[in-house]
Design a protein around this ligand. Structure first.
Ligand code: AMP
Ligand code: FE
Ligand code: FE
Ligand code: ZN
Length: 285
């Protein structure tokens, strides 16, 4: 069983449609894939149809933008929550709106030095997609400033860059509570992504666990080796679900589907705990 529980479509910052993503999962030999776009679930329906077509199991999910303390960006995966839960919807809608204002501001700043425009960014994203720095990166590629997203993130778009602007996002402890209240399974995404930047303090893990965090995404290319060891101890101590996933973004990132996978027993625990929506294409026993 090959199970990959973290992948993005062009509903957020992936480059493929939800059905193309599911087709890619089937082609990669995956048995199960989760669609986890940033801050929205509007790809679930199309992905579900494609999952039945391709004989792949689909776990509907989402990756919630969160902000800990003074602006440290944190991502929380949610599986099988109720997509219509009003409290959770309010937060992700706020984040999506804030992301638009923030992207506009970043583009204004970048446009002082590089030949990009807001229209060019618009051309790089699907209407209604959750906007992020990857779309600005694509505009920089289109303008010939950089050769790919990775180069854009290493230069103009880093969080230390003078063009960087933050955006509103919910506190991660509150996000865990919201996911649980919506019948979802909250899993901390790439918690020790020290290669990307700062990570949260141990106390934040404890607070999230107390609030009902159910899992840790340990096998992810951005987690450091030391960080993974810390996470394994934490998972053992608290009996948490552990996952491994690719964080696939289509052509937008080098991450390949199935490069990290999740143990079937861990998937089983997620399927049993999630009560807000139904997985697609699983046999019921
Ligand atoms: P944002 O949430 O708008 O600040 O942008 C962060 C997003 O950029 C994450 O969801 C990642 O998928 C993406 N990202 C981060 N680093 C890179 C990179 N080096 N190359 C491509 N995409 C990246
Ligand atoms: Fe992303
Ligand atoms: Fe993430
Ligand atoms: Zn992701």
């Amino acid at each position: 069983m090959l199970i990959d529980l973290h992948a993005h479509s062009n509903i957020s910052d992936g480059t493929e449609t939800p059905s193309q993503l599911v087709a890619a999962a089937a082609a990669a030999g995956l048995d199960v894939v989760a669609l986890t776009d940033h801050d929205q679930t509007s790809g679930w329906k199309e992905a579900g149809t494609a999952a039945l077509e391709h004989g792949v199991g689909l776990v509907p999910g989402m990756e919630i933008s969160c902000k800990a303390g003074q602006g440290l960006s944190v991502h929380l995966l949610s599986y099988l929550h109720d997509p219509d839960d009003p409290d959770l919807l309010e937060e992700i809608n706020k984040a999506r709106g804030a992301r638009i204002d923030r992207a506009r501001r970043m583009v204004e700043l970048i446009a002082e030095d590089y030949p990009i425009t807001w229209d060019l960014v618009g051309e790089q994203s699907t209407p209604g997609a959750t906007l992020g720095r990857p779309h600005i990166a694509d505009a920089l590629v289109a303008a010939g400033v950089v050769s790919d997203r990775s180069e854009a993130f290493a230069t103009v778009l880093t969080s230390h860059s003078r063009y960087y602007v933050g955006h509103y996002a919910v506190d991660p402890v509150r996000a865990v509570e919201l996911v649980r209240a919506a019948g979802g399974v909250p899993v901390f995404a790439h918690p020790m992504a020290e290669l990307r930047g700062r990570v949260v303090a141990p106390a934040v893990f404890e607070d999230m666990i107390e609030a009902g965090l159910m899992g840790l995404e340990i096998d992810h290319r951005d987690n450091s080796a030391q960080g993974r060891a810390f996470l394994r101890r934490l998972a053992d101590r608290h009996g948490l679900i552990v996952t491994g996933s690719s964080d696939y973004h289509g052509a937008g990132k080098p991450n390949r589907l199935g490069e990290n996978t999740t143990d079937p027993q861990m998937l089983q625990r997620i399927l049993e705990a999630g009560t807000g929506s139904a997985p697609v294409g699983f046999m019921h026993s």
